[in-house]
Write a protein that binds this ligand. Structure first.
Ligand code: SF4
Length: 244
């Protein structure tokens, strides 16, 4: 596949997104206005660019983005990190205190555990791509970004406004499997309100990509017995990747 194909696919996914929004509006669902935002980079036909370069340009857009309220209080936007050709992508809910300061995903205690989880299936952190539903730190009290313990999940409007960036990342990287980490990421990607306990342990289809929801690593820090469920899900991911 050429980078032109990547851009064409990207255009298609934006069209699908617009159709989805029109249907939702028809069904009476309130749609946030920036969901139709289109990242601004353009294909240069005569100078094809690599996936890394496309991702870098998208990351520059994210770094400048202030489209939702999270952009006002964040310290650093957290685009994501990893292999542009990754077969496995992890998606969490949003950056926390440490991530906001470093501009990198999953670098706190939960992130260290995620690295161990990845290594448990004989992969390295640099083999996968790690990102979040929203790219800026959602805070309970945005006037106190210096406080620890000030994290909260994103709300649906913030997630909707940020969604084109995640869809673009998925379309560019084309992972074989997306592992949704925790309740909010799983519910948002799968458009459901079911609990993570009910969702985890099986694959779902997401526009041709498999999604495996599992527990957030932070939940394993609070309750060590949760690790056994994550291990079951990760073994399923490992076995599925081996088939391909
Ligand atoms: S969370 Fe997403 S939409 Fe909101 S300011 Fe950050 S990059 Fe922009």
């Amino acid at each position: 596949m050429t980078m032109n194909d990547v851009y064409n696919d990207y255009e298609e996914i934006l069209d699908l997104l617009k159709q989805y929004i029109r249907q939702e509006q028809h069904d009476g669902v309130k749609i946030v206005k920036a969901s139709s935002y289109k990242p601004e980079y353009e294909l240069q036909e005569k100078s094809p660019v690599s996936k890394s370069e496309v991702l870098e340009r998208l990351a520059e857009e994210v770094a400048q983005c202030r489209r939702c309220p999270l952009g006002k209080s964040r310290i650093k936007a957290v685009f994501g990190q990893g292999n542009p050709d990754a077969d496995l992508m992890f998606v969490g809910e949003g950056p926390g205190y440490d991530e906001d300061r470093q501009g990198l995903p999953f670098v706190g205690r939960a992130g260290q555990l995620l690295t161990k989880i990845i290594e448990a299936i004989k992969m390295r952190r640099e083999d996968v791509f790690i990102t979040n539903i929203v790219k800026c730190h959602p805070m309970k009290d945005p006037t106190s970004p210096e406080k620890r313990g000030n994290d909260r999940p994103p709300d649906d409007e913030e997630a909707g406004i940020c969604r084109p960036f995640l869809l673009a990342q998925i379309d560019i990287i084309k992972p074989k499997i997306i592992c949704a980490l925790g309740t909010y990421a799983a519910q948002t990607l799968l458009d459901t309100k079911q609990t993570i306990g009910r969702l985890r342990g099986r694959f779902y289809d997401f526009n041709g990509t498999k999604i495996m929801p599992t527990l957030h690593p932070a939940s394993c820090l609070y309750q060590a017995s949760n690790k056994k469920y994550v291990w079951v899900d990760m073994k399923m991911i490992r076995d599925e990747l081996k088939k391909r």
